[in-house]
Ligand binder design. Structure first.
Ligand SMILES: Cc1ncc(COP(=O)(O)O)c(C=O)c1O
Length: 383
């Protein structure tokens, strides 16, 4: 027996959370996710943050928005009973839409690219979603734009099909009000919110409601190096979920006090460190969010209450973030992040390739006269 093994000072019964929820439908299991305190050893002694474990939803954080977007589209008559749902996704929304399809009785088609993990593809098929794989990236808009074009093609073939358009659909923001209220009920007060940004949905939805409760709350956005969302040029991106190569209109730039860009190897380091020390972990966005939350916990006054949103769990990343051979092939191992991010005065100051931070947060499309793309079935065109 290992003599250094930690002795837990409570009985097995005390380790179990009381009152596990029951539900009559799988959708009834969405929400009311737990919070976990992430302190030592991931954070320095006496410091830490609260992680909202959205991986405890049946699919992940996007179960919330998939159910909400589908319900609202049905109410408005945009999605007719039994009509198909078509969407582009790197995975998490696909799981949510599969759940919404089962809940409301719609066939679901998901457009994805070769970066989708085999486990995710298998799960989507198991849940009855039809998968469409794009084979080449768009020369300017990358995989994301290629997927959107495929969605347009599928919509053209099915006049009754509906696309949630998660990047620009305001319901993808409104869907997260319950998550914000859960945080208020669980924590009472929140001083700092740390959120990853992909479509901008959960950061805007949670941030707007929480600012109503706590007007002075600091909101910290987390993006990936190579993402265009906060004004960096498009670059190669391994990280999925957070980041974008287009400009999602759901991003609420005015909410953010600062943005951090994190590199893939740094997110891998953090996701792995979390797994080893705290069990609760995830993939790219969880690693990046945790790295930033840890820094904020270490550098803010000890009484600062920090909430960090972990969008999903670790399972789908077993063959990437947690696979030594895959990480070695992509040169992601051994990249322990610096103690602090590099500082930028302005997002356009230089191209970042390591963890960096900027307190000037701007909409890159503001004043350019450019708008987000929209098409039939896409939210911008419908409303
Ligand atoms: C795992 C994961 N993390 C983070 C995000 C970003 O969330 P949002 O699209 O609400 O900005 C996503 C979005 O797909 C995701 O799947």
């Amino acid at each position: 027996m290992n003599s250094s093994h930690t002795i837990v000072p409570c009985s097995p019964a005390q380790l179990l959370a009381p009152g596990a929820p029951t539900a009559h439908t799988p959708a009834g299991l969405v929400g009311d996710t737990p919070l976990l305190w992430v302190g030592e050893p991931f954070c320095p002694a006496g410091r830490g943050f609260w992680a909202k474990l959205e991986g405890h939803n049946p699919g992940g954080i996007k179960d919330r928005t998939a159910l909400y977007m589908v319900a609202r589209a049905r109410e408005r008559g945009e999605l007719l009973p039994g009509a198909p749902i078509v969407e582009s996704t790197s995975g998490t929304l696909g799981l949510g839409l599969a759940l919404a399809g089962i809940t409301f009785g719609h066939p679901v088609s998901v457009v994805t690219d070769p970066g989708m993990e085999p486990l995710m593809r298998g799960l989507l098929s198991a849940y009855g979603a039809e998968l469409h794989l794009v084979t080449d990236p768009h020369p300017v808009g990358g995989w994301q734009q290629a997927r959107r074009e495929k969605v347009e093609e599928l919509l053209a073939m099915r006049p009754d099909a509906w696309c949630p358009d998660q990047y620009h659909n305001p319901d993808n923001v409104a869907a997260y009000a319950p998550l914000a209220r859960e945080l208020v009920a669980q924590l009472g007060r929140i001083d700092t919110l740390v959120v990853s940004v992909g479509t901008g949905g959960h950061s805007a939805g949670i941030g707007r409601v929480l600012r109503g409760f706590f007007p002075r709350m600091r909101i910290v956005g987390v993006d990936t190096c190579g993402s265009t969302i906060f004004g960096q040029p498009a670059g190669p991106r391994l990280m999925r979920g957070l980041g974008s190569s287009i400009f999602p209109r759901n991003v609420d730039y005015a909410l953010f006090d600062e943005v951090h860009w994190v590199a893939s190897g740094e997110a891998v380091w953090a996701a792995r460190a979390l797994a080893r020390a705290h069990y609760a972990t995830g993939g790219w966005s969880v690693g990046a969010v945790a790295l930033v939350a840890r820094h904020l916990a270490a550098t803010s006054p000890a009484e600062t209450k920090i909430a960090a949103v972990f969008p999903d769990g670790p399972q789908r990343y077993v063959g990437t973030v947690f696979d030594d051979a895959w990480c070695r092939e992509h040169q992601l191992l051994g990249q322990e992040p610096a103690d602090a991010p590099k500082e930028l005065a302005h997002p356009g100051e230089r191209v970042v390739s390591r963890w960096s931070r900027c307190t000037t947060v701007l909409d890159p499309l503001a004043g350019t006269g450019r708008t987000a793309p929209a098409g039939r079935g896409l939210a911008g065109a419908v409303r």
